[in-house]
Write a protein that binds this ligand. Structure first.
Ligand SMILES: [Zn+2]
Length: 92
């Protein structure tokens, strides 16, 4: 965990929170804080892998693009609901 130890030595704190739009994470140097939007990261990864299944022949770049496009149209509420389902292994 040398990266976490490094951040700690630098006086940075790590927290989880909701960030605007398609921001997956942010570093606030003034507050010495890194915020990670966990549901958004889960959904971003899911949509990316989902697009690989939907369009198996699409390039990595095209897959990335479509996943980002889908997520940009989702509300924060939809993102958290989908993230919860994904973390339950797809069950309701
Ligand atoms: Zn990929």
């Amino acid at each position: 965990m040398k990266r976490l130890d490094f951040l700690k030595r630098q006086g940075f704190s790590l927290c989880v929170g909701t960030l605007p739009k398609s921001t997956l994470g942010v570093t606030m140097f003034d507050l010495k804080s890194i915020v990670i939007d966990v549901p958004k990261n889960v959904v971003a990864t899911f949509l990316h892998e989902y697009m690989h299944v939907r369009r198996p022949k699409a390039s990595e770049k095209a897959t990335e693009k479509s996943a980002i496009k889908i997520m940009a149209r989702m509300t924060n509420k939809e993102i958290s609901q989908l993230a919860l389902r994904i973390m339950r292994g797809g069950r309701r």
